[in-house]
Ligand binder design. Sequence first.
Ligand code: FUL
Length: 491
Amino acid sequence: MINKHLRLMKFVFFAALCLQFVACKNEALPPEPIDPLPSPQQMDWHEMEYYAFVHFNMNTFTDIEWGLGGESPKLFNPTELDVRQWARVAKEAGMKAIILTAKHHDGFCLWPSEFTEHSVKNSPWKNGEGDLIQELADACKEYGLKMGLYLSPWDRNHKDYGRPEYITYYRNQLKELLTNYGDVFELWVDGANGGDGYYGGANETRNVDRTTYYDWETTFALAREYQPRIVAFSDGGPEVRWVGNENGFANATNWAPLRRAEFAPGVADSKQLGTGHEDGTHWVPAECDVSIRPGWYYHKDQDDKVKSLEHLLDIYYKSVGRNANLLLNLPVDRRGLVHENDVKALIELRKTLDETFSTNLAKGKKATSSDDRGSKFKAQNVLDGDKSSYWATKDEVIIGELEIDFGKPIEFNRLVLQEYIQLGQRIKSFEVEALIDGEFHTIATETTIGYKRILRLPDTKTQKLRIKINDAKASPTISNIEVYNAMTEPN
Ligand code: FUL
């Protein structure tokens, strides 16, 4: 009898152990990833958020936006060129990199390329001994910034543009840029290509088939061979896509996934690029390129047309705040410096953003949820400041609710939300509710989140906030929530 009892006890004990083991195992399992997913390079790119574009080249000296290609290299003559000043300004502005127009459509090269005479080597700048890409690489290194390069596919100077020989020339230049100057984080390929030009003196119109002429697949593969960590930007990627406008705005609904095969550099339905595709096949997040002035290049008569703080803030919230990166262009002037007015605007923007985002009111507060998939995936993870931890619901739970209790009423007007995108972008629609006079009221109804979403909300006093996920492609995952009160932003 005693033996029987013992055996039963042993069995119960063993069964309990097994159950616990299964439970622990289940608890430890993260949700299945939902394709497409970001690559490690793209994850690094997302975290950069805000960086500088610099348009500085032949056009700076001819006062136009698109040079024809027949300009004399002698015209390129900055008097006080100081790339370290650009880097210092970018750093002070809180930017993470500088992307420079190594070659624009007129074909003039800012480095002494061995494949053309149309470059700094035939200019008066440093008696033809200068190399602007080397100076940028050095300055970026000194200031802890990354470097990106713009290499225009359209070359209105080159005699072979439109013929197969030009593609070899383009790839030779790409190799020079990506193998001689250290790390390059982004290759920037614009969409303008084909039309009239100088073309080695032919002065004619040359159109190309944008989908076949360049054989981009091979060129991008070469870029990755030279720089394994690089991401390439063009209208439709492959790694980073254009946002479809030059105002600096992404759409409020913004998917990183894109049906990439439908696009090529210069072949794009710009409306779709602002939103991406919920059913996108590849991870191709949007980058918002916009100039701090009306032109991409410096024009003296635009010195008083630098965008206002209000305008720049709007751009910030509609790019970084809408799951996109912000590439803000600085038209470096004829001296070779970022103009004082632009510096002032950049610093003002930085100061204001720092003030707004200095005190996270949700830090150290309590978060609870309607559901989670175990202790590793608790709601509290969204407030722990650790981007590798996240809240996740059980697989079958797509509608979830997360509540933050501030312990006492607080005043706020900005909400930052981040999905754990390493498992794919999932959330399709959500609402924000605040406890006001004892009842929860909806203060925002929104769609996507992605890497980062920042909501500008009306001034709200509340002790509790609720984030309701109303629809998602699969069980939602949120890695971070921050709450702020902007007090110095202009209305
Ligand atoms: C466009 C170019 O045509 C503009 O000149 C500018 O460089 C802009 C950023 O990209 O495709």
